[in-house]
Design a protein around this ligand. Structure first.
Ligand code: FPP
Length: 235
């Protein structure tokens, strides 16, 4: 039996902006620039398809290692995205959320992100989650520390189990991850959603993020619908 269902929670590792730019004789930053427009295109399509949560890996805890010029450019992308597309996000009822730790970000980047979250908070259709300064290992360690804190102050009294632990993750309020997509053909998780990926289906494509069109995204979703999900059982 295949799922036939639209996945509730889809996550994407949007890889290949740099390679796409190089192949078209552009600077790497131009690849990110085009990548921003594609975030809009895929989010609109995901909303149309009835996906509840779309989580996008926009900046990892490891991305700080890139040259300063590129890091600064990546920091300017949220403002670019919301300036261009906030109207449309409101019109389509898309809610913005974030996972990760944005404290180290420049003030303006933080402001722009928090304002977008605030402005869209009552939107009822899809939730678009940006993973920003996100790392899967760090998320797990942070969750453990927060649990230990709750034990210390008497808020947590029972031994930790998986269900309880999930409440300590950034993704606590979202449905379980169903489908992980990675563009640009690297077979790695790159520290993304390590806990959440346990029983997610995965999809890898050689297409670079700027060329991963809504049609290709829809194909990837159709592929999900042919998968058999057994969660370790025999169904
Ligand atoms: C990976 O490509 C992509 C990133 C590190 C950044 C992705 C960000 C966006 C697509 C836009 C985010 C939008 C908002 C609104 C925050 P790469 O540079 O690693 O490509 P490469 O592997 O080919 O070098």
């Amino acid at each position: 039996m295949t799922t036939n269902e639209v996945p509730k929670h889809v996550a994407i590792i949007m890889d290949g902006n740099g390679r796409w730019a190089r192949e078209h004789n552009h600077k790497r930053t131009y690849g990110h620039y085009i990548g921003v427009d594609n975030v809009r295109n895929i989010a609109i399509k995901a909303n149309e398809l009835g996906i509840e949560v779309l989580t996008l890996y926009a900046f990892s805890t490891e991305n700080w290692k890139r040259p300063l010029e590129e890091v600064n450019y990546l920091m300017s992308l949220p403002a670019m995205f919301f300036d261009k597309f906030m109207g449309e996000l409101m019109e389509k009822g898309i809610r913005i959320q974030m996972i990760g730790e944005i404290d180290p970000f420049p003030e303006n980047t933080k402001k722009v992100l928090l304002r977008a979250i605030e402005r869209t908070r009552n939107n009822k259709n899809m939730t678009l989650v940006f993973a920003m300064n996100y790392g899967g290992r760090r998320e797990i360690v942070r969750g453990i520390n927060n649990y230990v804190e709750d034990v210390r102050n008497g808020k947590a009294t029972e031994p930790l189990d998986e269900k309880t632990f999930e409440k300590y993750l950034f993704t606590a309020e979202y449905p379980p991850l169903d489908y992980l997509i990675r563009t640009s053909l690297d077979y790695r998780l790159s520290n993304f959603l390590l806990w959440q990926v346990s029983y997610a289906e995965m999809y890898f494509t050689d297409v670079h993020w700027p060329e991963f069109t809504p049609e290709l995204f829809e194909k990837a979703i159709e592929e999900y619908q042919t998968r058999q999900r057994r969660f370790g059982g025999l169904k």
